[in-house]
Design a protein around this ligand. Structure first.
Ligand code: MRU
Length: 364
């Protein structure tokens, strides 16, 4: 998508055989590209959230495996890189999918063949993700069009989203934002309510930034405003992303998603979840079995922002001595999800519907 009018992806290989990413910890105040040269640097980029969002975590891990093979293509280093990258973050299942995919490819190869094959597969994973997100956009566009027709084409369609499930969280297009960008391209007027998404503020810092760069009308709201706006009839539909969805349609996403789904159900606002097939965990039946990342208390007790003098600073906002807890994700039960928007089409959030979209994975 666009940054200062120029097309960017979130991750790309360099001519000299490493790869680069956008450092998302610096947004929205500065746009900085970081070069990753080793598998350890790739794992750190995931752990420290220079990259984040389920599909992009997977793409970074794939390139991380490729860098490992460039450094040392032995069996030992393949296992070592696999274990280290997999441990970088626990919730987004795309990470496991990507390192499994790379390992299945690399294991049978001679060490001398591994680096070239790994870089080629990592590039393919990125291209596939961009294509899947574009297809999610095409399918989700129909839902936005439906809402536009429902209001008699008399006003913009109001869409609420939580966290950043935009192009910054994927390779390109985003998941939740892909239908929004497609609608914008088609000239359907859309307005996005952007949840700020405490504690890391992915909505305020990332979603708002990318919508702004792309010229999509949006308004940032505090996380607790969504229910009120729904009661007032100011939200036509919600679209969020997911880090892991079980085969029965339970959706794990950024903390606070569940509360939005509850408010949407109470106000008969459709609640959609956009995801590529790589985010479905076919091994899991119940959302309660998804590992929920617990992050540092400092993310809650402190906030980072730009002062009026123009300096980016971090400050404490909680009384000294108070404890803070920081579960990073929650699970929205399938019953609260109106539908799942995938690259293969729109499915009800249940095992039968998902299995018929992905028959090669089905356990049903
Ligand atoms: O902690 P983050 O920023 O990695 O969490 C990201 C999210 O929760 C996204 O909504 C999810 O990964 C979907 S990304 C298309």
């Amino acid at each position: 998508m666009l940054v200062d009018g120029q097309h960017f992806r979130t991750i790309w290989p360099t001519d000299d055989g490493v790869f680069e990413i956008i450092d998302q910890t610096k947004l929205p105040f500065s746009f900085e590209v970081v070069r990753l040269e080793t598998a350890v640097e790739a794992a750190h980029a995931i752990f420290d959230m220079l990259v984040r969002g389920a599909p992009l975590i997977g793409a970074t891990a794939a390139y991380g495996m490729a860098l490992a093979m460039r450094e040392d293509a032995s069996d030992d280093n393949l296992s070592h890189a696999y274990t280290n990258l997999l441990a970088a973050r626990p919730t987004a299942v795309n990470l496991r999918w990507a390192v499994d995919e790379m390992r299945a490819l690399l294991d049978p190869l001679d060490p001398g063949q591994r680096a070239t094959a790994a870089f080629a597969r990592a590039a393919d994973i990125c291209d596939e993700d961009a294509a899947q997100c574009s297809a999610i956009g095409d399918h989700g566009l129909e839902l936005i069009l439906g809402a536009y027709e429902k209001c008699g084409k008399s006003r913009p369609v109001n869409i609420l989203t939580h966290c950043n499930a935009g192009w910054l969280a994927t390779v390109d297009w985003g998941t939740a934002t892909a239908p929004i960008y497609k609608a914008h391209e088609k000239g359907i007027p859309v307005h996005v309510w952007v949840d700020e998404t405490r504690p890391r503020n992915q909505g305020a810092s990332l979603t708002a930034w990318e919508l702004n760069q792309h010229g999509v009308d949006h308004t940032v709201i505090v996380d607790n405003a969504g229910g009120h706006l729904m009661q007032k009839g100011q939200v036509d539909l919600c679209i969020v992303g997911t880090d892991r969805t079980t085969r029965t349609g339970d959706v794990c996403n950024k903390i606070g998603t569940y509360l939005k789904a509850l408010a949407a159900a109470d106000n008969s606002v459709p609640f959609y979840v956009a995801l590529p097939g790589t985010t479905i965990d076919w091994e899991l039946k119940h959302g309660k079995d998804i590992p929920i990342e617990e992050r540092a208390a400092e993310e809650v007790t402190e906030m980072t922002g730009r002062t009026r003098a123009g300096n980016v600073e971090t400050m404490r906002i909680v009384s000294d001595g108070s404890k803070a807890a920081n579960p990073a994700f929650d699970v929205t039960p399938a019953g609260l999800v109106s539908a799942l928007i995938t690259e293969r089409g729109i499915a009800m959030a249940n095992e039968e519907a998902l299995s018929s979209l992905y028959p090669e994975k089905a356990k049903y």
